[in-house]
Design a protein. Structure first.
Length: 330
């Protein structure tokens, strides 16, 4: 296991400032997800850590040692988008590519068993499914026993059903091998489901780092809240102890005046005994649950309710808030 510490990274491409002082620490054996929209600098960060790009300023340390050399000297494994396997090599050749000859056969056999592909040694990449190709790419990255594995949006090309299953498999494999890993992704579901640690990136900086639960429940700002999940944001007025919205009063210590109140859709609970009434506008059914668009006297909000006895458009229902609200000054 190895630690990763990134301090004050800056990287520009001409007038474009891709990294603006990035700090990130990943404990040994942890899977960290760098989560952000396209163009925020997350792939540049990955390439600097890997050694494919040279930073303008800042330091990358692996196990406390500053690394400045080319990729082959950093003991870093890469899992790129779409696997990028060597088409002229079979599965065994791909996995064993970076392994010493005397260790290759045993290491390939060990990794094929680990990724659930024993018996696939002689298959070529074009004979594999997309999920199998990505498992071979992960095995190839793990084969030289790297200090760190970097995953560059490796599930983007897969269909939704395959993505969910493979994400879980990859997370289990990394945990089983005790490998420190960094995943870059724009998919919040992927980051929250897989990672031990999530770093939210925006405009070339890390704006918040924490566990998936912390990032979701206590986002640093409204932009982060919107990015990591569905958000219900209501205008409110605070008096130093409470804030009042169309959904009633919520605790709001140290806030005064106009504020924004953040709730998650699952906090809007149907309670027909509540005096707070809402009209159902529409439903978006997702199988196990549904997003229900509600009209609270001219204010539109969205609730997430379990499938079963869902209301229908036009129904009037009672609403109450479960749990605490987050308050942000305007």
């Amino acid at each position: 296991m190895a630690t990763l510490d990134v301090e004050g990274l800056h990287k520009s491409f001409g007038p474009v400032h891709s990294l603006r002082g990035v700090d990130l620490s990943v404990p040994a054996g942890a899977l960290a997800a760098v989560l952000g929209p396209s163009g925020c600098g997350k792939t540049t960060l990955l390439r600097v850590v890997a050694g494919f790009e040279r930073a303008d300023a800042g330091t990358v340390r692996i196990d406390g040692v500053a690394v400045t050399g080319p990729p082959e000297r950093r003991r870093v494994g890469i899992v790129p988008q779409e696997g990028a396997l060597f088409p002229h090599l079979d599965v065994a050749g791909n996995i064993g590519f970076g392994v010493a000859r005397e260790q290759r056969t045993a290491r390939v056999r060990e990794l094929l068993d680990l990724v659930g592909l024993s018996g696939f040694e002689r298959r070529r990449p074009h004979e594999l499914s997309g999920g199998q190709q990505q498992r071979v790419a992960l095995a190839r990255a793990l084969a030289p026993s790297p200090a760190l594995v970097l995953l560059d949006e490796p599930f983007t090309a897969l269909d939704a059903g395959l993505r969910a299953g493979l994400r879980a498999q990859v997370a289990e494999l990394l945990q089983a091998t005790g490998t420190t890993a960094v995943l870059v992704t724009h998919d919040q579901t992927e980051a929250l489901a897989m990672a031990d640690l999530v770093a939210v990136m925006r405009d070339g900086v890390i704006v918040q780092t924490g566990t998936p639960a912390d990032i979701y429940a206590r986002p640093a700002d409204l932009d982060t809240a919107r990015f990591v999940g569905d958000a219900v944001i209501l205008p409110g007025t605070a008096d130093g102890t409470a804030v009042t919205t169309v959904l009633g009063a919520h605790a709001a210590l140290d806030h005064r005046g106009a504020v924004d109140v953040l709730l998650r859709p699952e906090q809007l609970v149907r309670d027909d005994a509540s005096a707070c009434r809402a009209t159902v506008r529409s439903l978006s059914f997702h199988g196990h649950d549904a997003l229900v668009d509600l009209d609270l006297g001219g204010v539109a909000v969205t609730a997430r309710w379990q499938a079963g006895s869902l209301p229908q458009p036009g129904d009037v229902v009672g609403i109450r808030v479960a749990g605490d609200a987050l308050v942000f000054p305007r």
